[in-house]
Design a binder for this molecule. Structure first.
Ligand code: NAD
Length: 424
């Protein structure tokens, strides 16, 4: 049997530490007591399980799985399940807190959670992954529940894994329980609109920020880093709303066209080219680093964490950064960006469209009715726009940037709810 030791948390500019330092700043600005600070910082529940799984070669391998519930003050906990070798309890703990703030910013009735298993799904067969997912679900039977803790996909997991989770949980309960998990395939109670939801929310945030900065979308330019789920739909919807998307990029590099990239054409190219833009000829090739420093109105980092750092923040020329990815800007870059007067729509606000439509999936499962796409889009746009306006008003009130304002909104909401509910 092989015991898999979880990897230590990496110590360079860590996006989770960046999140914590922003939380600390916002808590200080709000003037919350030491008592409340600790109530908000310490997770409510942390579960670590050993999962013995029979591999295809007949050997049993024990995996370590985690679930951390950071808060259930606003409602049942919500958060993804990550399959990655680097998963460890510290990371899961921080990501769970991140979910609490994200749900609170967009005012959906959820607390925050996160789960994960230290494993490498790329080296495992579908059967091995299925057995692992089912073992994890069984060991979390008293943690998960449509009224307690509702998982979702995250790095390394998707609709297939959520279907196994739902099935295993349902078998154990002796009935079909759709609402125990979101991000399911459509036929299993998944929601219309979920695939585009995060990119759509990014677009709503970008348009709202343009309105504040008096930028006409029809005259605006944008650059989008990362042409995956979030970046692709953000680029496509911004393009649809009149914005000239001059650059896109993915792991193969950046693609620039001053007259604008035909996003529909780029999406077709990507689909026919194994999900990658390599070899795209309708634009000039640039690097991902060059994309970040383009003179555009809107920069959307939608690839990965930690791309705008102390080292390159000074070169950014965009008027606003709308964070599609989680943690794309390190805390040490914040000050430089602020000084340059760049508006940042922070990740916990800008990319919350995904969790919002996950919430809709849960609502539809619970009422046993399917909403059409038009209703889902209209309602999620409303939630995103209202959240933006609330954060913007808070930034004016406290005279702080949008990122701190988003944390202030979230912390204030959770702290004041806690006061009403009370402790022991
Ligand atoms: P994805 O895997 O679909 O797409 C990622 C894209 O980024 C791909 O085009 C990939 O080639 C590109 N990429 C990877 N490494 C890169 C690099 N070093 N430089 C440039 N491009 C690179 O992932 P996604 O679902 O679009 O998620 C992107 C980010 O958004 C992640 O930070 C994720 O946590 C965050 N996010 C996603 C959702 C969602 O609903 N999918 C919700 C909230 C936040």
């Amino acid at each position: 049997m092989t015991y898999i030791e979880p990897a230590p948390i990496k110590d360079k500019e860590n996006p989770l530490e960046s999140m914590m330092s922003r939380f600390d700043k916002a808590a200080e600005l709000l003037g919350i007591s030491d008592e409340m600070y600790h109530i908000l910082k310490v997770p409510r529940k942390q579960v670590v399980v050993g999962l013995p799984v029979t591999m295809d070669n007949g050997q049993i391998k024990v995996f370590e799985g985690y679930r951390v519930i950071h808060s259930t003050i606003l409602g049942p906990a919500k958060g993804g399940i990550r399959f990655d070798m680097a998963v460890n309890i510290d990371e899961v703990r921080a990501l769970a807190a991140w979910m609490t703030w994200k749900c609170a910013v967009v005012d959906i009735p959820y607390g925050g959670a996160k789960g994960g298993i230290a494993c490498n799904p790329r080296t495992m067969s579908a059967g091995e992954i299925e057995r692992l997912m089912r073992a994890y679900t069984l060991s979390m039977l008293d943690v998960f529940g449509p009224d307690k803790d509702i998982p979702a996909p995250d790095m390394g997991t998707g609709p297939r894994e959520m279907a196994w989770l739902m099935d295993e949980y349902s078998k154990a309960m002796g009935m079909t329980v759709h609402g125990v998990v979101t991000g399911k395939p459509l036929v299993l109670g998944g929601s219309l609109g979920r695939t585009e939801a995060t990119g759509r929310g990014v677009t709503v945030s970008a348009l709202a920020a343009m309105e504040k900065m008096r930028i006409n979308p029809y005259r605006a330019t944008a650059a989008v880093q990362g042409f995956g789920n979030v970046g692709m739909f953000a680029a496509s919807l911004m393009h649809e709303r009149g914005v000239t998307v001059q650059a896109i990029s993915d792991i193969s590099g950046g693609y620039f066209n001053a007259r604008g990239i035909d996003i529909e054409d780029a999406m077709k190219y990507r689909a026919a080219n194994g999900g990658i833009m390599e070899g795209y000829k309708e634009a000039d090739k640039i690097t991902n680093e060059e994309l970040l420093s383009l003179q555009v109105d809107v920069l959307v980092p939608a690839a990965k964490e930690d791309v705008i750092t102390h080292d390159n923040a000074a070169y950014i020329q965009a008027k606003m950064i709308v964070e599609g990815a989680n943690g794309p800007t390190s805390a040490s870059a914040d000050d430089i960006i602020n000084e340059k007067g760049i508006m940042v729509v922070p990740d916990i606000l800008a990319n919350a469209g995904g969790v919002t439509v996950s919430y809709f999936e849960w609502v539809q499962n619970r009422i046993g009715y399917k909403w059409n796409l038009e209703r889902i889009n209209r309602r999620s746009d409303r939630i995103m726009k209202d959240a933006f306006e609330n954060v913007y008003a808070t930034s004016q009130k406290y005279q702080v940037n949008m990122r701190l304002a988003a944390y202030i909104v979230a912390i204030d909401k959770v702290a004041s709810t806690y006061k009403y509910r009370g402790g022991y």
